[in-house]
Design a protein. Structure first.
Ligand SMILES: C[S@@+](CC[C@H](N)C(=O)[O-])C[C@H]1O[C@@H](n2cnc3c(N)ncnc32)[C@H](O)[C@@H]1O
Length: 215
């Protein structure tokens, strides 16, 4: 069944699909505790719940929270959906797996507002990524894993470096090159001027980073 995506909620795209693919290769024992942070329409949360996980999903957007609840209901799987800023609604809890498709697009203007909060992430695209790298390791159980998707434009090497510095084993496990969507087409000139996009590059690379805490 196709997800319902109300206006203002991020419609599942290639990044969602890449992460769903990575999730399908991840061992998810029945009853494992999974967190989907920045759940949007709930596509990843529902995919994890279908595997028998106990899923909590968080989003800062009220509309996204409603959409994720509705889509979990329609799929007939239990997902606990909370509204809040990143990990704030799950403080004190721990997880076997954290999924994240955060905003990661470098943006020429200040703090993201409205629907753009789903993709804009400050001048270097790392506004939310850096917070995830800093805060996620403490929420994982020993042997737990973080799976996140981001653009090559927002420095996956830095993500790997931060996660390794936090004691995790981290690697890029999937890559996909995609055509520029409307957001990148709009700011292509700015990205090239800043040196974030090489002069002849006309595709965006998405990567999945997998990081695991030692047992
Ligand atoms: C790229 S969309 C991904 C949506 C969905 N997970 C998917 O893969 O289709 C990013 C989502 O993160 C949410 N978000 C952005 N900043 C957040 C924050 N600080 N805390 C919680 N959610 C946030 C946005 O509202 C948006 O729904």
């Amino acid at each position: 069944m196709k997800s319902l995506v109300p206006p203002g909620v991020y419609a599942p795209q290639e990044d969602t699909e890449l992460l769903v693919g990575a999730l399908s290769e991840e061992p998810v024992p029945p009853g494992a505790d999974v967190l989907d942070v920045g759940t949007g329409s709930g596509a990843l949360a529902v995919a994890a719940a279908r595997r028998g996980a106990r899923v909590t999903a968080v989003d800062v957007s009220r509309r996204a929270v409603c959409a994720a609840r509705l889509n979990a209901l329609r799929a007939g799987v239990p997902v606990r959906v909370r509204r809040g800023n990143l990990f704030a609604p799950v403080r004190g809890r721990s997880f076997d797996l954290i999924l994240a498709n955060p905003p990661y697009v470098p943006a020429p203007h200040g703090l993201p507002r409205g629907a753009a909060r789903a993709w804009d992430a400050g001048g270097d695209g790392r506004l939310v990524l850096d917070r995830i790298c800093r805060e996620a390791p403490a929420l994982l159980r020993p042997g737990g894993a973080l799976l996140l998707v981001q653009s090559a434009l927002s420095d996956p090497e830095l993500t790997l470096g931060h996660l390794r510095a936090a004691g995790m084993k981290a690697a890029v496990t999937r890559r996909r090159r995609i055509a520029f969507g409307p957001v990148l087409r709009d700011r292509e000139h700015w990205l090239r001027e800043r040196g974030l996009l090489p002069p002849t590059e006309n595709r965006e690379e998405l990567v999945v980073v997998r990081a695991e805490l030692p047992v």
